[in-house]
Design a protein around this ligand. Structure first.
Ligand code: FUB
Length: 319
């Protein structure tokens, strides 16, 4: 018997056994609004942080967290790296955010709320923090909001300027997309902290919030949270340019269990495509106590995206 155990041990040492992760991928805190980037063979995952009580009927989101993984299965929690308190002009909750690298600096675009002062009457606003490292320390890059509620007037509600997502095209032009109720976008200057031209807005079919833009082969993708039915789903459009026109393509993912919202994050890592989202499936979880999951994403020959299957097992360890 002892000999058998010995041989099994020897065998296991030489055969690499791939293990599945588990959804949700973060189980020790409630996380939402996933924003993954790949840097130096590591996935950095920037997230919102739900801290509402079980009884709460609204969000309580005090800071933004950073996690990383080199295999998509084991995640390191780097902790809270930014909060609305990091921005002297901000107050209230820490809504969805997105970090991107340019020329060795990491720009973390966040949605939060503006204090009522001479620059704004309040409402949702977007700020940008900068760091030399993907895990910080981050500091307010400009000392004021990049987008205030007053800068967009196509929606009357005060929280339409949320959910920033930045995309840098092959020619180096950076674009900021954001919005609730309509999708807004503007070019960014090379310094990543100033708009470079006017703000545009449009309404992709069923668009609610959470835009995420990326390019694959020659096609641009705009993935977003939608409400063709309620609660939210994920739908998408494609275009030949990051400025559109965007052609509606359909649903990527249906409703998620036990949660009203869903929010997309897309990453390609070690040759595989991954779709990040959140749901409310952790014990005591719910719409204000969400948890991030990841599953595989697959494309058809013509570039359209196959519907993502939500699993409990998650994805296999990436090599
Ligand atoms: O997490 C707060 C808000 O819920 C986000 O900004 C939206 O995208 C939705 O997920």
């Amino acid at each position: 018997m002892k000999l058998l155990a010995y041989w099994i041990l020897i065998l296991c040492t030489f055969i690499s056994v791939k293990s599945y992760g588990q959804n949700p991928i973060i189980q020790d805190v409630f996380t939402a609004d996933p924003a993954p980037i790949v840097h130096n063979d590591t996935v950095f995952l920037y997230t919102s942080h739900d801290t509402a009580t079980v009884e709460a009927t609204n969000y309580q989101m005090k800071d933004w967290l950073v996690f990383s993984s080199t295999d998509m299965v084991n995640w390191t929690n780097h902790g809270a790296k930014l909060s609305p308190k990091s921005f002297s002009w901000a107050t209230g909750d820490a809504y969805a955010a997105h970090c991107i690298e340019r020329n060795g600096k990491f720009y973390w675009y966040v949605s939060t709320f503006h204090k009522k002062n001479k620059n704004s009457n309040g409402g949702a606003a977007i700020g940008v923090a900068v760091s030399d490292s993907p895990t910080g320390p981050f500091k307010d890059a400009i000392g004021k909001a990049l987008i205030t509620n007053e800068m967009t007037t196509d929606n009357e509600h005060g929280w339409d300027d949320i959910d920033p997502a930045v995309f840098i095209d092959d020619d180096g032009q950076a674009y900021l997309y954001w919005g609730n109720g309509s999708c807004k976008w503007a070019k960014l200057k090379d310094n990543m902290v100033e708009l470079d031209g006017p703000i545009h807005h449009f309404k992709p079919k069923h668009f609610i919030e959470g835009p995420w833009v990326y390019k694959r082969k020659d096609l641009y993708y705009l993935v977003y949270a939608s409400a063709g039915t309620k609660p939210e789903m994920i739908e998408y459009c494609t275009a030949k340019s990051p400025e559109g026109p965007w052609n509606y393509q359909g649903i990527i993912m249906g409703n998620v269990p036990n949660c009203f919202t869903v929010h997309p994050g897309v990453a390609t890592f070690k040759g595989k495509d991954y779709f990040f989202y959140h749901n409310g499936t952790l014990p005591t979880g719910g719409s204000y106590r969400r948890s991030i999951c990841v599953d595989y994403m697959h494309y058809n020959e013509d570039g359209t995206i196959r519907k993502v299957t939500q699993t409990k097992e998650g994805v296999l360890s990436a090599e």
